[in-house]
Write a protein that binds this ligand. Structure first.
Ligand SMILES: Nc1ncnc2c1ncn2[C@@H]1O[C@H](COP(=O)(O)OP(=O)(O)OP(=O)(O)O)[C@@H](O)[C@H]1O
Ligand SMILES: [Mg+2]
Length: 259
């Protein structure tokens, strides 16, 4: 830990109608950290990821990756700078195999090359072969290669979540944003996800920012945790620090937060 700041937000604010979904949120995530983002429903967690990856534009503030501003760039340009993400609800394409689903993770990059069209079928076929090889490598990494020709809908919910992480890894992000990757997983699956996230950080050098409600995962795997409530950052620190913070206990009053 203690690396350079990899991902940073400065005074990030966004409103939807009269609602302030993010209110001057500052975030500094050092390289190699696994950062948890927690907070009650509607706190602004998903909105924070959406602003970071360019789906929503902030009204104020900026996002920096390696000190370079991302604010105002298109989602594809932000992805190309090294930002990957998964979504709160599954985005697997039904009726496609696992391998085909993974190859869609490369589609933006292949499609972004204007020469692809110009060089005709042979080059397209070569690109497809390379895409399949990269997709298989990602499946190997998450130990799901044996499922490559399964229809994605045939996989369990937990397996689909892992495939979505593999799909995000294909474009070799420097920072990976995960929106509730453990939702609906059984405890043994949560433990597997914990190990996978550590391997993504340790073996691939990826910095991870993860929204998560599953306390076992957040408290177990995250180096530090940022707590949002009503669009504001109300606490930040280790799991011990945030769970004993009166402002956090207040925000979760009547809700579940047990370390
Ligand atoms: N595109 C949008 N248009 C209008 N309101 C939105 C939009 N996106 C989010 N909101 C509102 O902003 C607030 C924050 O939503 P957000 O999805 O970021 O919360 P969250 O912390 O991810 O919640 P959850 O834990 O339920 O996923 C909510 O009140 C939500 O209804
Ligand atoms: Mg959310």
């Amino acid at each position: 830990m203690g690396g350079a700041i990899k991902l940073e937000t400065r005074g990030l604010s966004i409103g939807f109608g009269g609602l302030k979904a993010l209110d001057a949120v500052d975030l500094e995530v050092p390289e190699g950290e696994i950062r948890g983002i927690i907070g009650p429903n509607g706190a602004g967690k998903t909105t924070l990821l959406n602003v970071i990856c360019g789906i929503n534009r902030p009204n104020e503030g900026e996002v920096l990756l390696d000190g370079q501003p991302l604010t105002g760039l298109k989602t594809s340009a932000i992805a190309a700078r090294g930002l990957g993400r998964t979504f709160q609800t599954s985005r697997m394409f039904k009726g496609m195999t696992v391998l085909e689903n993974l190859m869609t993770g490369l589609h933006d990059r292949l499609g972004a090359n204007p020469l692809t069209a110009a060089f005709g079928l042979a080059s397209v076929r070569r690109e497809e072969r390379e895409a399949a090889a990269q997709a298989r490598a990602a499946l190997d990494f998450v130990d799901m290669r044996r499922f490559e020709s399964y229809e994605s809908a045939a996989l369990s919910f937990g397996q689909q979540r892992v495939i979505e992480i593999a799909r995000a890894l294909i474009s070799e992000p420097k920072v990976l944003l995960l929106d509730e990757p453990a939702v609906g997983l059984s405890l043994p699956r949560v433990a597997e996800l914990d190990r996978l996230l550590r391997r993504i950080r340790d073996e691939r050098g990826v910095t991870i920012v993860m929204i998560e409600h599953v306390v076992q995962l957040v408290m177990g795997v995250c180096d530090r945790i940022t707590v949002l409530s009503s669009g504001c950052k109300i606490a930040e620190g280790t799991s011990e620090q945030v769970t004993s913070d009166p402002a956090v206990i207040e925000a979760y009053l009547g809700k579940e937060l047990h370390a």
